[in-house]
Design a protein around this ligand. Structure first.
Ligand code: XIL
Length: 329
């Protein structure tokens, strides 16, 4: 059992992994999901493209299946996500070309109130805004992703005002939910998290109901590990915010046989452990979520020339990283 109120969670894609399965006859996947985790995050089901595929069409099937699964097993749910530059439906991208800021605002407000309102009271944390800030190596450097995000692009005169409004609408619809900013490469103290620190201060000074900062925790053994994660979490906690690790996985380049080396396996467990320890050390850390628990469902091989990123193999064999996370607590 996790100490204090720290939730250990997993992402799950309701549409793919829960819908169409008989709850009386759960799959091995579902048994592990129910037994091992106290919190679920919809991997895709609450993203715009899935939940709002046409202007007047909402498709709640995947998200509803996830909520029902969580309820049946006494699990909490982290909502993900309301404002993001990626996985927006075609109609948004097309309409955005001619949007005024008011039009973009109206579309966004209607969506936020509809989605948040539907699940109000049942979502303990929301990743309200996802990946708002560019990386140092992106064109233009560390700054808001204003052009890439159709809503922010339409309101480029004052994107921060729109970001604040999304938090306000979410809070009005679901006053109990803890509302997060969330991003990758946001674990340690770096130029990107400096920008988030400034953004968080600005939003809080404006009275925006911002309550949390989430570090996704998508790591790769190709890169070094930034040891300053605890220090980073502490500075956000000192602003009065909660913090969380929201999408942890630790991927690695694999040899020709597709297998990791013993050294990589040990190093993976160590990286998971370091993220977990930072969360355990900072009282404001509320949740530690893995972005899927089995390699068979991991998003990593689809996107990176890497793999072995989760805590269990495709056959649900426990890796050392599993022991770190689920047996050390
Ligand atoms: C990923 C999903 O895991 C994939 O299934 C999907 O095809 C693309 O998105 N950061 C995020 C997540 O905030 O929403 C992303 O999820 C992974 C990176």
């Amino acid at each position: 059992e996790a100490p204090r109120d720290l939730q250990i969670g997993s992402a799950v894609w309701g549409q793919r992994d829960l819908l169409g399965h008989d709850p009386q006859d759960p799959t091995a996947f579902q048994q592990i999901l129910a037994a091992e985790f106290g919190s679920l995050t919809p991997e895709n089901d609450m993203k715009w493209a899935e939940i709002h595929p046409e202007p007047d069409v909402y498709d709640f099937a995947g998200a509803d299946a996830l909520m029902a699964f969580a309820q049946a097993h006494g699990q909490e749910v982290r909502g993900h996500t309301l404002l993001w530059h990626s996985q927006n439906p075609g109609w948004v991208t097309e309409a955005a070309a001619t949007w005024t800021c008011d039009e973009a605002r109206d579309v966004l407000e209607d969506h936020v109130r509809t989605v948040v309102g539907r699940y109000a009271g049942d979502i303990y944390e929301w990743d309200v805004a996802n990946e708002l800030v560019q990386d140092e190596w992106d064109a233009g450097g560390v700054r808001l992703r204003t052009e890439a995000n159709p809503f922010l692009a339409a309101c480029s005169d004052d994107p921060v005002a729109l970001i604040g409004d999304v938090f306000r609408w979410t809070h009005e619809e679901d006053p109990e939910s803890v509302l997060f900013l969330n991003d990758y490469n946001a674990e340690g103290v770096n130029a990107k998290t400096d920008a988030y620190y400034a953004l968080a201060q600005e939003l809080l000074a404006d009275g925006v109901p911002l309550h949390g900062f989430g570090a996704q925790g998508h790591l790769s053994l190709q890169y070094g590990f930034d040891e300053s994660i605890q220090e980073n979490f502490e500075r956000f906690a000192d602003l009065g915010l909660k913090v969380a690790v929201t999408e942890a996985d630790v991927r690695m380049p694999l040899g020709e046989d597709g297998e990791p080396t013993a050294e990589q396996i040990a190093l993976q467990a160590e990286r998971y452990d370091k993220m977990l320890q930072a969360c355990l050390e900072v009282a404001a850390c509320t949740s530690f979520t893995v972005w899927g628990f089995d390699d068979g469902r991991s998003w990593v091989p689809d996107v990176f020339p890497e793999g072995y990123a989760t805590i269990m193999t495709e056959a649900y064999e426990k890796k050392p990283a599993y022991d770190v996370l689920l047996e050390s607590l």
